[in-house]
Design a protein around this ligand. Sequence first.
Ligand code: NAD
Length: 228
Amino acid sequence: MSGAGISAESGLKTFRDSDGLWNNHRVEDVATPEAWRSNPKLVLDFYNHRRSELDVAVPNLAHIALADLEARYEVTVITQNVDDLHERGGSSQVLHLHGKLTQVRGEFSVDEVIEIGTKPIQLGDVNALGEQLRPNIVWFGEEVPLIMTAAHKCAQADVLLVIGTSLNVYPAAGLMDEVSDSCQIYLVDPKAEEISTNRKIRVYKEKAGTAVPALVRKLMRLPFNELH
Ligand code: NAD
């Protein structure tokens, strides 16, 4: 399970590390249905900027190391991130809980997703039904369609890696409670001490680009009987 912190070393800013502002904006102004209704141009511009940053970002050692795990394990990446750096790092199964920057949809058409890559979207850009295009992002206050799929994956997990998330955004943060008692939990975050949980977890208080490759090397060597 990953959050904005795993992409920080690829040059994409996290959210909580900037005094609760996301690239100098309050989330209420750019990432809510209310923001879309009151100022759609600001919302489109915000995501156009995020796409232009993504255009020049590359996966870092943490994204790439996670993909290496697939040589031994069945791996599902559950990410809160809207970038596509896990896919570009080589991971084959990625659940984007909060949607993807590279996709848009008509504002009333939930299922008709259009791939746009990192191109900008303007007011007046419409789908075949004439609906204004909006980012295919799950905004604060909207339902998270993939949460049950993610919870099911967590319930089946032998190992859960939690990387670069402040665990402040629900329902994603609640996924840690879905794993079984025998599941091994590893947490990678330089500010790990600010995260509270009553589960027994192994903490790597380091940046993802350093800790994740080391953790992956360890998991690739671990005997199977030590996974439970
Ligand atoms: P967050 O900003 O709330 O927390 C980021 C966490 O990453 C913090 O705990 C921080 O200590 C940690 N961190 C910072 N640098 C790190 C590094 N190099 N290695 C490991 N950890 C590091 O992020 P969140 O919990 O993912 O929640 C923010 C919300 O904002 C999400 O819903 C997400 O959709 C959105 N968001 C996405 C992106 C992205 O897609 N790249 C970027 C910013 C925000």
